[in-house]
Design a protein around this ligand. Sequence first.
Ligand code: NAD
Length: 326
Amino acid sequence: MAKYTNGSRVLITGGAGFIGSHLVDEFLQRGCHVTAVDNFATGNTANLPDHPELTVVEADVSAELPVGDQPFDLVLHFACPASPLDFATMPIGILQVDSLGTFRALDRALADNARFIIASTSEVYGDPLVHPQTEDYWGNVNPIGVRSCYDEAKRFSEAATVAYQRHRSLDAGIVRIFNTYGPRNRPDDGRVIPHFINRALTGQPLPIFGTGQQTRSICYIDDLVSGVIAMAESEEAGPVNLGSPYELSITEIAETIIRLTGSESVIEYHDARSDDPERRRPDLTKARELLGYEPQVSYENGLKATIDYYRQLNQTTGYDPAAEIS
Ligand code: NAD
């Protein structure tokens, strides 16, 4: 039986972002009252519904968490810019939201006796030497590389969460999220799937850095949300990997997107980028055994739904991906 349902109070930091807004929808649908806190650094009010049970608070959670006195049953800390372009443009904000912001969210959960879930990432494994990645693998991270603001910030967030579990008896869970895609992923944030789709839709070349043989496992947003909900409703501490078993090379992703969009775009190869991981695929054994998690959406169906979303977005908003990424 669902644990968070009619009348439950759920706090979601980063609620106006890609993943956060889908969680907002899911908890509203379950009859919860949801408070979404966001500074709109990378989020968008257009991602949020006009709903009587939704409270939207504009705030930087690294500085404050002004969400009133009523206790929450569940706190989900999902605020954090998460794309490679964000790593280049807002590294300090990322480090702050995963340190200062994490403490604020942890303290709020502790004060309210709420369950706490932190959005960690496959990036904690860095450029992994173990494949597929199991949760007991410690990772291979460059602490001063171009991705370090994100990788190390998330590792710190995990350490802070574990300290609150061990020393403050907080009911907390860590999910390590692998590449997730789908509607509401910002079209211009530099992540591979929105970038390739929007290039393909405008007939521009799809740039690949390196050989294209580097892999990612790509997870459709609906599957990821079901995993986060299952983790929230469990009593598991984690960390638990969440993602999909589909491991595709970047070239395969590009070719599939060109085929599904019916585009004339070609693939262009460029020099490899520093610290770009070679292989990524979650070992999902823990998620399956502990949470009953099983991704349902094939990558072709997920990509088709995402392509439809960007087509519609570009028509309804007049957004011109060619102008953004040329
Ligand atoms: P996103 O950029 O769409 O969402 C992040 C949200 O957090 C945005 O709405 C942004 O405005 C908000 N935010 C950022 N800094 C903030 C601050 N200081 N105060 C308040 N709000 C702030 O990214 P996303 O893909 O939805 O990622 C959500 C979470 O999931 C992040 O913690 C990210 O690290 C994690 N994650 C995502 C992926 C993925 O593939 N999308 C993979 C691994 C982990």
